[in-house]
Each structure stands twice: as C-alpha cells, then as structure tokens.
Design a protein around this ligand. Structure first.
Ligand code: NAP
Length: 247
C-alpha cells in the first residue's frame, strides 16, 4: 500500500459530550460519496487507525468526518481531543460499497441511518447524483436524544435546495421530542409511520433503500423491509437494499 497522507485538523466541533465532527486539510483524495477511509494517530509509538465515512462531497477540498467517542476505544477519545493545527494520518485508499454507483435507479431513494451512520448520507446528499437519478429522496435519522439530531443546517440547506423532492424524517427513541417520531426506524417501517411521515410509499417496485448505522438496526430494518418483499441488492441478483456494516 502506498504511503499514509498527512492531514491537519482545521476544526473539531463538539455536538454533545460524545459526538464530534473533524474538518481536515489534506492532499486531494479521490473517493465516491458514501465511502469511508481509515484515519490514524500515532499513539505510544504505534499508528492506530479506524474507518470513518466522509461527510464532505468528493469535490470539497476540506475533508470532514463525524464520529462518536467509543468509551475505552483506542482512537476516538483521542481524535475527539485533537485541536486545530494538530496532525493526523489518512489512509490513501478510500473504500466501501454504500455508494450510488452500486444502487439501481428507482423513483424513491430511502437513506436510513442511526447515530453516526448519518455521515455517508450527508456526503451523498451533497452531490448531484441522487437528484439526477431519483425523483424523491428520503433521509431518516434515528437517535437516542434530540440533541443528537446533528447537521441540521446541512439538512435544512438540502431541503431548501431540493424542495419537495427531499423529505427528512427524524426519530428520537429515549425522550419525547417535538417534530420527531418516537421509537425505532424498523418499527416505523412495519407499521407504516415512516411512509406516512415521508408522504411516499416504501414499495419494492419503486424504492431503493440504503442503510447505515447500528448493526442491530441494519438487521431489524432488513427484516422489516424483507416483510415488504425487498431483498439485498447484489450485482448478479438485483434487489432493493444496500447496507454498510458500520462497526
Ligand atoms: P446507537 O446505539 O447506535 O443508537 C442510535 C439509535 O439507534 C437509537 O435511537 C437506538 O434506539 C437505535 N437503535 C438501536 N438498536 C436498534 C435497532 N435494533 N433497530 C433500530 N434502531 C436501533 O447510539 P450511538 O450514540 O450512535 O452509538 C452508541 C454507542 O455505539 C457509542 O457510544 C459507541 O460505543 C458505539 N459505536 C461504536 C462505533 C464503532 O465504530 N466502534 C460506531 C458508532 C457507535 P434505542 O434508544 O431504542 O436503543
């Protein structure tokens, strides 16, 4: 593998005690929206790396990553503490298949995320591709507490730019929150609340679904979608569901 790239933090925004976004100046790094790359720090003489999805669009010269502090984790607590001007390393090889080049055309593109699984969808929404290929795009984001509904300025900007073609549905599971649905995304797929909130049908003939986030959500949402006749999309066996196993 070729050499690590060296980047420099230009901003470390803390949304909550655990959630942070890093903006990084780095040499140009080609990737497709939805992909991830390994970020690393040198810790006690060892280069410690973990994957992070890009939040920025590929053409944006500043890289952006959204993370959660994994308690006791080797890297995220330190990344959360880095300050503007500090160095970090970026692997030269972005990868991952949660990308629109792997997703068939449809009328409606459903982007369903929990927690930091939002990141790759922000990158996708910042590109022109979904708007060229899908009549409507729904972003659903599930979090525990309302303060974890992050990137609202970005989401509002997409809503302003795309009008009725874009629908945002938020879910807050552990407290009542006005403007958000209660409970989990898979339950709302099952009982029709997600469709009612989006004002669109989640039908296998007209929908493609991308999932990213908590591994249990991926499983449960996959089952709820299977109950509606959807299956994983594979190049040799087309379906409607594209998933990134996030951690
Ligand atoms: P989370 O546990 O992913 O919860 C986010 C949302 O997902 C919550 O609303 C939660 O609902 C929901 N959820 C959980 N299980 C679900 C399921 N089976 N179906 C549908 N929705 C489900 O919370 P987080 O804050 O993003 O992350 C929590 C912890 O996960 C972090 O503190 C970290 O330790 C770990 N994590 C690790 C990594 C990693 O790379 N190692 C990455 C991200 C997160 P409920 O409130 O009902 O549970």
């Amino acid at each position: 593998m070729s050499a690590w790239l060296e980047g420099r933090a230009i901003e470390n925004r803390h949304w909550t005690d655990a959630l942070f976004s890093l903006r990084v100046e780095a040499p140009r790094l080609p990737f497709e929206a939805g992909q991830f790359v390994r970020l690393a720090l040198d810790i006690e003489g060892e280069r410690v790396a973990r994957p992070f999805s890009f939040v920025n669009a590929p053409e944006d010269p500043v890289l952006e990553f959204y993370g959660v502090i994994v308690p006791g984790g080797p890297l995220s607590p330190r990344l959360a503490r880095i300050a503007p001007g500090d160095a970090l390393y970026i692997a030269p090889n972005p990868s991952g298949f949660l990308v629109l080049s792997e997703v068939p055309d449809a009328e409606v593109l459903w982007l369903l995320a929990t927690g930091t699984g939002l990141a790759p969808f922000l990158s996708i929404l910042r590109t022109e591709t979904p708007w060229r290929r899908y009549a409507s795009v729904v972003l659903a984001h599930g979090v525990r507490f309302a303060r974890e509904l992050v990137y609202r300025e970005t989401i509002d900007a997409v809503a302003r730019a795309r009008g009725a073609r874009f629908r945002y549905v938020s879910f807050v599971t552990r407290e009542p929150a006005s403007g958000s649905l209660a409970g989990r995304i898979p339950a709302a797929i099952g009982d029709g609340r997600l469709e009612r909130a989006a004002g669109l049908a989640l039908a296998s003939a007209t929908s493609q679904v991308m999932l990213c986030g908590n591994p249990d959500m991926l499983k449960d949402a996959g089952a709820a979608l299977a109950a509606r006749g959807m299956k994983k999309h594979r190049r040799r066996s087309p379906g409607q569901i594209t998933v990134e196993s996030f951690w």
